[in-house]
Write a protein that binds this ligand. Structure first.
Ligand code: ADP
Ligand code: MG
Length: 693
């Protein structure tokens, strides 16, 4: 339980400095300025008092045992001994603000190890080192255990981050918007208390309605995924993603001791866990502000009320582009509003009450739309003309907002220095308002995105009963035993067959004469492919001959390949030729700590150019497999265009899941691809596959 850390009743500062411009002094000042409700103990061997509070020479001299939080703002080398003292005093949590630990290399790492040993001995929990600390704005605690300078108003948004810098930017963003925040935690090197642990704590914290997080590369991807999955099912989790570009990732790797890996896996974790991701901190902040006060809409249908034309159009564009709908008013609403509004008003969605529209007009619209089953949420465009009573309009919006029937997002276009009362009413009434139509529209979009996440059918990981895992594992073990990394064609196809993955009839043989015989036995047109470990891209090397009508033609092709590629160790795959079919590509790649990435895309010779591929993480559920297929840019091609028949979607969904199962079982597989897989109207077949360990 992290309660004693986030809801402290007593705080000591080891290294409470009398120097104003120092962290040890600032932490103390922050506690005082923020109105900390508990006791404060500055520790300083030389001073009698710091910032007017009695100081103690050592933590051992403090008259209270079992202090909740101790800040350490002292050089790294003194930290282990300070932990000993804290242990003797029964201290519960230590926040180490100082740096000089694992982030600087082996020397600092050794100190980190040393104090962690002491901490474990005494059961002290540690936040940091090299971190900012925590803030809890709850009026009962008012704990500013942090050296930053943004003093938040109480609110419902909690923030957790590894990197203090980004968390602080986000924190300031809320503050600048006048949006309150609740708990803030930045844990630096995270040598003990982890981000997943804090996320779980905030998930259980009832007053936290929205959770905002920022991570740079994940140390424990599995633990992170579990924690966010749990919490995102209960409340919205919004994540800021940075390090998307190669340059960004490098910058992230060079501090906080963080391990910014490639961005893809983190993205997939977020997606699988149901986290809303943002690449723009402004959008994240505004979305969080909306979540903090608004209910989650039941669906994506927006009713728009406006008193000005153009801005409503801008908002509509953003909403529609994000997949939200602007349905017509019900007949009842339309009839009702025709009676209530000015005759010139536009009584369609968006409803334009005109610039002269009054508080009564706004109220009539809101009431009608709240009752109208055509709408799940309201978007209010509100410009403040000097000739109407805008305070009254704001009051009506607030009153309807209090009913919490459907979410309301407001685009308030005003001069905030003049219309201070209108602004104050909306703010106190917990109506989220934004200055630009697109910004307001995007905040609403986020609410709907979360609804879609909650509605997402989890899908199931299909349990295939026709799989011969043992046979496949034996083949892999054999290849390992032989010290090889790449599997030969026969091994690959036997594994696919063991996993019920459809392949054309095939046979591996040793020379051209046997190729002829095999082709004759197979009957019909065949394909001949040279097979050796060193042959990777077969067509490039002339190692593939397709559509060979009979045994003689197959033999000739094999002889030509022998002449070209040299006969030593060369084998041949004789394979049934399958005409037609659309080429798709599937692949898998091991992702340490996360299982495997599964790739699906449109294949063929243009695969490198189109790069129309999507990824997911194992295990892929049926729903996710469907989503993968649908999210390809060229997915209409698979459905069939211009009278052409589509391909067997059910078979593709099953293949993705069988591949997911295969690599989940055979964890030794580093990479594999099924390229191409020929998808037909009825069924599919993998005609080329590679597996490497
Ligand atoms: P590589 O990818 O190593 O160059 P492939 O085995 O994928 O070799 O063969 C190259 C191309 O030949 C495939 O992309 C596919 O278009 C075609 N092809 C291969 N095998 C078959 C087959 N059995 N039936 C129909 N077409 C095939
Ligand atoms: Mg191929």
């Amino acid at each position: 339980m992290l309660d004693s850390l986030f809801k402290p009743r007593s705080v000591a500062v080891i290294g409470a400095s009398t120097k104003e411009l120092s962290i040890g002094n600032r932490v103390l000042k922050n506690l005082i300025d923020f109105g900390f409700k508990g006791s404060i103990y500055p520790i300083n061997p030389k001073a009698d008092e710091v910032r007017g509070i009695k100081a103690y020479k050592s933590i051992l001299d403090v008259p209270e045992d079992g202090i909740d939080v101790v800040h350490m703002v002292i050089p790294a080398r003194f930290v282990p001994q300070a932990f000993e003292d804290c242990g003797k005093k029964g201290v519960k949590n230590v926040i180490i603000n100082s740096g000089g630990f694992s982030e600087i290399g082996p020397e600092g790492e050794a100190i980190e190890k040393a104090f962690m040993e002491v901490a474990r001995k005494y059961g002290i929990r540690v936040l940091g080192p090299n971190c900012q600390g925590i803030i809890n704005s709850d009026p009962e605690y008012r704990a500013y255990c942090n050296f930053t300078f943004t003093m938040p108003e109480p609110g419902f948004i909690s923030i957790v981050a590894l990197s203090g810098g980004v968390a602080e930017v986000i924190h300031q963003g809320f503050s600048a918007m006048g949006v309150g925040t609740r708990i803030y935690a930045s844990n630096g090197n995270a040598c003990d208390i982890t981000i997943p642990e804090i996320i779980r704590y905030l998930g259980d914290d009832e007053q936290t309605r929205v959770l905002v997080t920022y991570v740079e590369g994940l140390r424990d991807p599995e633990g992170f995924m579990q924690a966010v999955t749990e919490v995102a099912a209960k409340k919205p989790v919004l994540a800021m993603k940075a390090g998307r570009t190669r340059e960004g990732a490098k910058a992230a790797a060079s501090h906080t001791g963080g391990l910014a890996k490639e961005d893809l896996a983190t993205d997939l974790i977020f997606k699988k866990a149901g986290v809303l991701t943002f690449t723009d901190e402004g959008q994240l902040i505004r979305a969080a502000a909306a979540f903090a006060t608004q209910p989650i809409p039941k669906g994506n249908r927006v009713g728009i009320i406006t008193n000005t034309g153009g801005p409503a159009v801008i908002a509509t564009d953003v909403l529609v582009a994000a997949g939200l709908e602007i349905p017509p008013l019900s007949e009842k609403t339309e009839a009702f509003l025709k009676e209530r509004l000015y005759p010139e008003a536009s009584v369609h969605n968006p409803v334009d009450v005109l610039a002269t529209g009054t508080a009564e007009h706004y109220r009539a619209c809101m009431d009608a739309m709240m009752e109208d089953d055509n709408f799940d949420c309201l978007f209010i465009n509100f410009v403040t003309p000097f000739f109407v009573d805008t305070d009254s309009i704001a009051r009506e919006i607030v009153e309807v907002n209090r009913q919490r029937k459907k979410p309301i997002i407001c685009n308030l276009m005003t001069d905030t220095r003049q219309w201070t009362e209108t602004v104050r009413i909306l703010k106190e009434g917990e109506v989220p308002f934004f200055a630009l139509p697109s910004d307001a529209a995007r905040a609403l979009t986020a609410l709907v995105r979360y609804r879609n996440i909650l509605n997402r059918a989890p899908g199931e990981v299909k349990d295939f009963t026709d799989i011969d895992r043992k046979a496949a594992a034996t083949i892999v073990a054999g290849v390992r035993g032989a010290g090889r990394k790449t599997l030969l064609a026969g091994e690959v196809y036997r594994i696919l067959e063991a996993y019920g993955i459809p392949v054309p009839a095939w046979k591996v043989v040793g020379d051209a004469a046997m190729v002829e015989q095999a082709a004759n036995e197979m009957g019909g047109p065949v394909v001949v492919k040279a097979d050796a470990e060193h042959i990777v891209h077969k067509s490039d090397m002339g190692a593939v001959a397709v559509n060979l009508p009979d045994g003689a033609a197959a033999r000739k092709a094999a002889e030509e390949m022998t002449a070209k590629l040299g006969g030593e160790g060369l084998k041949f795959l004789v394979q049934q030729y399958l005409p037609g079919g659309k080429e798709v590509i599937l692949g898998a790649k091991a992702e340490p700590g996360l299982g495997h990435l599964i790739m699906f895309g449109i294949g063929g010779i243009y695969v490198e150019v189109l790069k129309d591929v999507v990824f997911n993480l194992t295990p892929v559920t049926s729903t996710e497999a469907e989503e993968m297929i649908d999210s390809l840019k060229l997915s209409p091609l698979l459905k069939g265009v211009r009278g052409e028949k589509g391909v067997d979607r059910a078979a593709l969904v099953e293949l993705i899941q069988r591949l997911s199962r295969l690599v989940s079982d055979l964890t030794d597989i580093a990479e594999m691809d099924l390229n191409p897989t020929l998808a037909f109207e009825d069924g599919l077949s993998v005609v080329d596959a590679r597996i490497s360990l």
